[in-house]
Design a protein around this ligand. Structure first.
Ligand SMILES: NC(=O)c1ccc[n+]([C@@H]2O[C@H](COP(=O)([O-])OP(=O)(O)OC[C@H]3O[C@@H](n4cnc5c(N)ncnc54)[C@H](OP(=O)(O)O)[C@@H]3O)[C@@H](O)[C@H]2O)c1
Length: 181
């Protein structure tokens, strides 16, 4: 009997990649794979998160949904906070209630980078912007609520789908004609 896996935020860079690779990677270990994007589970509507877990009854839920627009978050910190923090709390609560393993993703933006040595997991959080603040608060919900979770702090996610730093680097250079130097 394999696991039931639910992926939320399944249309983003990470969520889409995980959705594509789950079956080949897990093989017979995977019994059922459910991949839902924002259209099905909107993190600004936390009741949809609760319903999703109740409906699918997964063994493992991967949260690839996030508000990732770093600059825009300065103008709409409440939405960033709802998606990256409050709703992560709702997800963690429901996962704990149903004994579901929660896999969550955070960011190096929870640190300010001034420590002067490589960071370890337990270093104090010191976000310097609204996005980092919202992700740090999401982490804090996980710590406070407990349950069975793992959180990856990543930096520079890139994939074939979506916007990332790698894509412009791969474009052919624009010929330097008609320019005044
Ligand atoms: N990208 C990076 O360089 C980077 C670096 C460090 C950490 N991370 C973290 O890694 C994780 C994955 O990032 P990513 O690069 O895959 O991000 P992404 O491509 O922006 O994907 C995020 C997904 O979340 C969805 N989403 C946005 N608002 C939502 C809402 N209200 N309800 C449900 N889903 C919503 C987006 O849908 P729409 O596109 O339809 O809005 C998108 O499909 C995130 O936790 C992020 O914070 C990313």
């Amino acid at each position: 009997m394999g696991i039931r896996l639910l992926i939320l935020g399944a249309n983003g860079q990470l969520g889409h990649s995980l959705s594509q690779h789950a079956k080949p990677a897990l093989g017979e270990t995977l019994n059922e794979l459910v991949c839902w994007g924002k259209d099905k589970v909107d993190f600004t509507k936390p009741d949809q998160i609760v319903s999703a877990l109740k409906d699918v009854r997964p063994d493992v839920v991967i949260n690839a949904a996030a508000y990732t627009q770093v600059e825009k978050a300065e103008d709409e910190p409440d939405i960033a906070h709802q998606i990256n923090a409050k709703s992560v709390g709702v997800l963690a609560e429901q996962a704990k209630k149903q004994d579901v393993v929660l896999v969550h993703y955070s960011t190096d933006y929870v640190f300010d980078g001034t420590l002067g040595r490589p960071y370890v997991e337990t270093d104090p959080l010191a976000p310097v912007n609204a996005y980092g603040q919202s992700k740090a608060e999401g982490e804090n919900y996980l710590l406070q609520i407990g349950g069975n979770w793992v959180c990856f702090r990543t930096g520079w996610v890139y994939a074939q789908r979506g916007h990332n730093f790698a894509k412009p680097c791969l474009k052919p250079p624009v010929p330097a004609t008609n320019c005044i130097l």
